[in-house]
Design a protein around this ligand. Sequence first.
Ligand code: ADE
Ligand code: ZN
Length: 335
Amino acid sequence: MKEFIQSLPKIELHLHIEGTLEPELMLELAERNNVRIPFNSIAEIKNAYNFHNLQSFLDIYFQGADVLINEQDFFDLTWAYLLRCQEDNVLHTEVFFDPQAHTERGICFDIVVNGIHRALVKATTELGISSKLIMCFLRHLDEESAFKALESAHVHKDKIIAVGLDSTEVGNPVGKFERVFKQAIEQGFLTVAHAGEEGPAHNIHDALNLLQVSRIDHGVRCSEDENLVKQLITERIPLTVCPLSNIKLNVFEHMELHNIVTLLRRGVCVTINSDDPAYFGGYMTDNFLAVNDAHSLSKTELAQFTFNAIDASFISKSEKKQLKMLTQRYLDLHQ
Ligand code: ADE
Ligand code: ZN
């Protein structure tokens, strides 16, 4: 099963590029850019990765991002992630970035986008990995700051397919960003939002109704509202679930208690993703393995996560058809 999972074609739809910053690269960039960080070794950095909830993680995550200064840094970060995608047979990835985490400390929006984009383009030609880029607004900041980010994104419209919403969910209701999302939709961006990760099922309703999202990031607390689960099934609204993240941030006590397999078997369009793999101890294959270790899935069920992700992705119909054929062929060959 391990080999089946390792080589299974995968699609990633929930990945924060800043969350792929491995301790090695963090130290290298801190030195290269003369940025002071409160760590002297890889062991010290890893020791600090002891999270008890989302906020305790976010504090470390934003601190880590401080070492990213130049376009080359954003390129190196993204390229390292794409090489990991290749190892895990991730064929398509939809990458989040948090521009406000950088512009708030004086880094130019264009530097961030151009560095990430250059690596994504290179991966298309050199690794055969396709991608989309999604700009997330930080929900702990105000509406005005989000509007500024949206304005900066305008000249990069060709590089950014959608806007999203991340950071501290509790205490920052979706409604705070209704007007920003409305403007983004008018400008032609698709929309997604983190909801129902730490916050209640009600936040998922709000994201669907107020932000017109195409999919929900996390959304695991949907199980608290049976009518919502039914709606997700009948309207085939995707959830981009991040199993290892949910365990590390105590959304579920352990993987055996995670609801992703129950949701899959009920017909919800759930997908497996890595969220912030450098911080949560695993990329795509690790997440699939962790779910399978705890729940014993069939090969057909494991492949269903990929079929769901293809449906939920922002690629064209013909690209979806091609990826589905390839995945079906893999499944048929290994049954
Ligand atoms: N930013 C990076 N990872 C996140 C997560 N899991 N939830 C909310 N915001 C995030
Ligand atoms: Zn996330």
